[in-house]
Design a binder for this molecule. Structure first.
Ligand code: SF4
Ligand code: SF4
Length: 376
């Protein structure tokens, strides 16, 4: 049964009641339904306390491109008036919680219209939350998150990234676990009993309620102080241009042959990236021909190296390569920069082979000395 009770709220200043904003950052288009379900779940659960709310998508993300970071929002307020006041702006400039439903998003996300890359915590208020679905620990994720400009809490709800097909939804309860974790972070706004009651009512499925409780019980948190994090990621600072300064839409500016578009940095779309075993490469050109983003460069030795800054991580090169394990797709979180690797192979082949093994967990062929057997 719904209750009219209104207890403590998250406040900008002590005693100031206001709305709560949550954003869900996801991989378009494969996690779109997941993001919708989380935002909708927040609003429905909040209604049990007679709060009012709305869930919506960011207009600039449509049409969505595969793998590119996109956002949806849930905004909840004590009254319609406060909700309307808070919704005066099209998209919340500040959020209480940013939910990333793929942990590679902690490396930073593309802002709208390719104007730079922004840290995952960019819109999170002071002492707000970044909630990530991940099988890594909070300490591991902080090492890949941009250096904090203000304190926040990093929360991790166990589980890998849930990717669905284009027109289907992978119902693996990620949404319920995230809702349980949100209840833990915002107990005054999203009490766990309200979330469970809302899910029970809408699904009539106790297994989903169990998943909510699992998320609530198992979320791990870590306070992140100002200055913690990495500054290894490329600085592509996010500055929204005014409408008079914005580049024209739709137009793709012509480039000289061999020149890549500097505005088209696609690597924030990547969850995996290819690693090439140059020792086993037979120089067949298939990767170079089939890469949809023309990411391969031919080296003087006739090998094909990946330009990581341009690679979107689609995995087509690994699929078309005729040599087993010659191109291996590796978790993006294992990389700290976009440096191309052929120079290392050229100058220090054994060091490259060791790096290949560390990254892929596979033995490198051609080494004079056995390579380390690292890798996760
Ligand atoms: S994963 Fe391979 S095919 Fe896909 S963009 Fe990167 S280099 Fe090109
Ligand atoms: S497809 Fe594989 S074997 Fe062929 S050139 Fe590319 S990396 Fe080498």
């Amino acid at each position: 049964m719904a209750t009219t009770e209104k207890t403590a709220t998250v406040a900008v200043k002590p005693g100031e009641e206001r709305l709560v904003s949550i954003e869900v950052v996801y991989r378009g288009i494969f996690q779109k339904t997941l993001a919708q379900r989380i935002c909708r779940g927040v609003v429905l659960a909040s209604r049990r306390r007679n709060y009012t709310g709305t869930a919506f998508a960011r207009y600039g993300d449509s049409p969505e491109r595969n793998g590119v970071p996109a956002k949806q929002f849930a905004v909840v307020a004590p009254t319609d008036l406060e909700l309307e006041a808070g919704m005066a702006k099209y998209e919340p400039a500040v959020v209480d919680v940013s939910v990333a439903v793929d942990d590679t998003l902690v490396k930073g996300i593309e802002s709208w219209a390719w104007y730079g890359r922004q840290p995952i915590w960019k819109p999170v208020r002071d002492n707000g939350f970044v909630l990530v679905t991940s099988n890594s620990t909070p300490d591991e994720l902080v090492q890949q998150t941009d250096k904090a400009e203000r304190p926040y809490t990093l929360a991790v709800v166990p589980g890998g990234a849930s990717f669905a097909g284009l027109w289907v939804y992978k119902d693996d309860h990620t949404d319920y676990r995230v809702l349980g974790a949100l209840a833990r972070l915002l107990p005054d706004w999203l009490p766990i009993e309200d979330v469970k009651a809302s899910i029970r009512e809408s699904t009539k499925d106790e297994a989903r309620v169990v998943s909510v409780q699992f998320g609530y019980d198992n979320v791990r948190t870590r306070e992140v102080k100002k200055g913690e994090g990495t500054d290894a990621h490329e600085k592509l600072q996010f500055e929204k241009p005014g409408w008079t300064k914005m580049r024209e839409g739709i137009i793709v500016e012509a480039r000289k042959p061999g020149e890549r578009n500097p505005f088209y940095k696609k690597y924030t779309a990547r969850t995996l990236r290819p690693v090439v075993n140059f020792d086993t490469c037979i120089k067949c050109t298939m990767c170079w021909l089939d890469c949809p983003d023309e990411c391969f460069e031919v080296t003087p030795s006739g090998h094909y190296e990946v330009v990581y800054e341009a690679c979107i991580g689609c995995g087509i090169c690994a699929q078309v390569c005729p040599v087993k394990d010659c191109i291996v797709m590796v978790d993006e979180l294992k990389f700290t920069d976009n440096t191309d690797k052929f120079v290392l192979y050229d100058k220090q082949p054994d060091a490259y082979r060791q790096w290949f093994t560390e990254m892929t967990g596979l033995p490198a062929i051609g080494s004079d000395k056995p390579a380390a057997t690292g890798g996760d």
